[in-house]
Design a protein around this ligand. Structure first.
Ligand SMILES: Nc1nc2c(ncn2[C@@H]2O[C@H](COP(=O)(O)OP(=O)(O)OP(=O)(O)O)[C@@H](O)[C@H]2O)c(=O)[nH]1
Ligand SMILES: [Mg+2]
Length: 273
């Protein structure tokens, strides 16, 4: 019985991800009916797809860290298309204690890019951004991030390839190879940035909301389009070298998501400037 249920889950997950692939290059904008959240100092979107295992520890650790910071923060889990207990574990973590709030929203379109897009467009906070549910980038990176945003950067992004970065636990060989090819392909699109794909990026709200309105990608490659649009508006991107730890349980499928991401970035060449 369990096996049948599990197979059913896997099947639905695959179905949902192929829908995501089909949508990855053509997204609409956030519908006008969305509910905007009240402002805090910093809003952190956490895109979550089948993250029932990794999300609880990430939320616990994040709340613990943020409770000691001088800023008011809201963590916004965006769950779209999960077929596991992500929604339930996220709802169980919903809280509002002192300086930290945790909330959960949905998103009608599939894909990580779509989830982040929705989270960013429904924010009214001055500093907004996202990090991945696996917490591969240490949450402590937020301290330097907030300093750099307050010093005027339009975007502050964690980097595994800027000078000074290191891998505590590297990705598997195939992912490293694919990543190197992807970086070569994205270099002409985002000037001076060593790593467009690290799942930790924060922005001035005005800069990112202006840029993301012009973005159409809903899949894993949305970061490239977003950073290119920020640069197009003259925004300064600061890269923070980080100690990055590969985590088990990746939702990224190297062939399916890899090919879709390459295709998406190829479509950007010549279209963003
Ligand atoms: N809401 C939402 N989140 C997604 C979707 N696909 C991936 N994510 C989230 O995006 C984040 C990054 O996914 P990971 O599985 O860590 O993949 P990755 O960081 O690109 O690759 P790794 O280097 O293998 O970790 C995680 O928080 C995922 O849950 C999606 O379709 N919807
Ligand atoms: Mg990850």
């Amino acid at each position: 019985m369990t096996a049948i249920v599990e197979r059913g889950r896997t099947h639905r997950a695959r179905h949902s991800r192929s829908a995501q692939s089909a949508l990855s290059v053509t997204a609409g904008v956030v519908p006008p009916s969305v509910v905007l959240r009240s402002p805090v100092d910093l809003e952190v979107v956490i895109p979550a797809y089948n993250e029932s295992s990794r999300l609880p520890a990430t939320l616990r650790r994040s709340v613990e860290f943020l409770a000691d910071q001088p800023w008011r923060t809201r963590l916004v889990v965006v769950d779209n298309g999960s077929v596991d207990e992500t929604a339930a574990v996220a709802r169980a973590a919903v809280c509002s204690t002192g300086l930290v709030t945790v909330t959960v929203i949905g998103c009608s379109r599939a894909g990580k890019g779509a989830a982040v897009h929705r989270g960013l467009m429904t924010s009214t906070s001055p500093m907004i951004g996202f990090f991945d549910a696996d917490l591969a980038t240490p949450v402590e990176t937020l301290t330097e991030t907030v300093d750099a945003l307050r010093a005027g950067a339009a975007a502050v992004i964690a980097s595994r390839h800027a000078p000074g970065a290191r891998f505590v636990q590297p990705q598997p060989f195939g992912r490293r190879l694919g990543g190197a090819a992807f970086r070569a392909l994205t270099r002409p699109l985002v000037t001076g940035v060593h790593d467009t794909q690290c799942g930790f990026k924060f922005f001035q709200r005005d800069a990112v909301q202006a840029a993301i309105r012009r973005c159409r990608m809903t899949g894993f490659a949305f970061d490239v389009e977003l950073l290119a649009q920020i640069q197009r508006d003259g925004g300064r991107i600061v890269e923070l070298p980080v100690a990055w730890t590969d985590q088990t349980g990746s939702t990224f499928h190297p062939i399916r998501d890899g090919l879709t991401s390459f295709g998406a970035v190829l479509s950007l060449h010549g279209s963003t400037r």
